[in-house]
Design a protein around this ligand. Structure first.
Ligand code: URA
Length: 175
């Protein structure tokens, strides 16, 4: 993949961070965009927020290799600024295709940008958090981004409540 659709991201990036994990995963985590560490390594969620996400996945009884992890944007925005609306539009076909190919049982959307990109809504995370939404027939659990949890550790409890619902859904036999 040598995408050049977003001029500001092409000149700034070291590596495209497409995604990592099991392409047959039942569970996909979608974050916002790569940060510095991710851009250098080409792997999503390997910095501080990523280490917390790894802990969350492990607390759910899984490993990073079992799930799939990706972001709305595949390239790091300069200075970690939020994704620009046109960048989300440019990058959405990649996310869409990833989710179509993996066809997970459930998606966890981490933070505002992931929720809004997947659900095409302008509702904020505080409104969406904890509720099961839907993307192309796949349930989406909206929850807080691990970077937010690093700043607000007392909110971890809510994310754990959300992850318990995700585990329950994963354990529900297909009908
Ligand atoms: N934050 C994200 O949203 N994604 C990453 O890959 C790393 C940090």
């Amino acid at each position: 993949m040598k995408c050049r659709k977003c001029p500001a991201l092409v000149t700034n990036r070291n590596k495209i961070v497409f995604g990592a994990g099991n392409i047959r995963a039942q569970l996909v985590f979608v974050g916002e965009a790569p940060g510095r560490d991710e851009d250098l390594q080409g792997i999503p969620f390997v910095g501080r927020a990523g280490q917390l996400l790894t802990k969350i996945i492990e607390a759910m009884g899984m490993t990073r290799r079992e799930v799939f992890i990706c972001n709305v944007l595949k390239c790091r925005p300069p200075q970690n600024r939020p994704p620009a609306p046109d960048e989300v539009i440019h990058c959405r076909p990649y996310l869409k295709e990833q989710l179509r190919l993996i066809a997970p049982k459930i998606i966890v959307a981490l933070g505002n940008h992931a929720c809004q990109a997947l659900l095409s809504t302008d509702k904020g995370i505080s409104q969406l958090r904890g509720s099961l939404q839907e993307y192309e027939g796949i349930p989406v659990m909206c929850t807080y981004h691990p970077a937010y949890l690093l700043r607000n550790p007392s909110e971890k409890r809510k994310v754990w409540e959300d992850m318990k619902k995700v585990i329950q859904l994963l354990n529900t036999p297909d009908v």
